[in-house]
Write a protein that binds this ligand. Structure first.
Ligand code: ZN
Length: 66
């Protein structure tokens, strides 16, 4: 779990209403990519979440099923 520095982020980002990476508010960011030092969730949109944490997600998606 990544910990993000809340310095320089907007209120919407701190509340999880805007993507922590690209500030996009709509569609609402749905992926929890980490937490703030006060344990509040850090939210990002799907595109940015892929860029932030590619390895675990790719492992799950790419795991072969028979
Ligand atoms: Zn984003």
């Amino acid at each position: 779990m990544l910990t993000f520095d809340p310095d320089g982020l907007s209120c919407a980002q701190l509340d999880g209403d805007a993507c922590v990476v690209c500030h996009k508010r709509w569609p609402r960011p749905r992926v929890r990519v980490g937490r703030f030092p006060d344990d509040a969730p850090v939210m990002a949109c799907a595109d940015c979440a892929d860029a932030l944490i590619p390895a675990p997600m790719a492992t799950v998606v790419a795991f072969p099923s028979r």
